[in-house]
Design a protein around this ligand. Sequence first.
Ligand code: KIV
Length: 272
Amino acid sequence: MSAQNFFARMTAPKITARKGGDPIVCLTAYDAPTAALLDDHCDLLLVGDSVGMVVHGLTTTVGVTLDMMIMHGQAVMRGSKTALVVVDLPFGSYEDSPETAFRNASRVMMETGCQAVKIESGSYAAQTVSYLVERGIPVMSHVGLRPQSMNVLGGFRARGRTASIADEIIENAIAAAEAGSFAVVVEGVSEELADRVTKAVNIPTIGIGASAGCDGQILVTPDMLGMFDRVPKFVKKYGAMSDLIETAAKDYAAEVKARTFPSDDYTYKFKK
Ligand code: KIV
């Protein structure tokens, strides 16, 4: 990564300064060519551990490893030039102690060149966030529906249906902000609760399945591109990627079988 590249990028403090201002545009990215296409349109690219589900075919994010996150983080850094790149710390890489979190987060930053990490914040997380931030690692937190905890939560259902859980989500967001997070993802909660979280914290809230009143929005890119038939209720499909791929593969197969591909236009003919 060149020094010039580094200074062209969005920074974590600039994202924080957008609280209550222009909406912050975020998408997930996992590979270099897609990151290059998204870069001009996004303030922040998240190398989410959703990569396990939408790229590697896992049923949850629990099986995602640090090495997987580093490999995809490197690719996204190569493809992008201006967006802030945030890499998720996967399940098992940060929960047991701030020291473990620092060891793994610093490895992610050193080996990918990304500028921040994201952690899913339970009540244990505030100490870890401040430990990382004090040592030079910007942290984005994640409250509400926390996919890494789906075995405890019992699935991917929206969170905060009872007053006590709603209060706990707000407390987690406040703790994450007070510990020094530069932004907080709010996932899978009612519009009303998302708006309460946005009012309660002095850092930007990035909504996914939350509220248009959040300070920014994020979606899982293959979901919004229309790669999958079944997506959560909150996903708007902005493209029809699966149709495009199926049609192209079908046309290609037909031409290969008919020996009409490769035609003259696609073959080398050396002059004798
Ligand atoms: O892993 C991911 O893609 C995420 C987003 C859903 C915010 O955490």
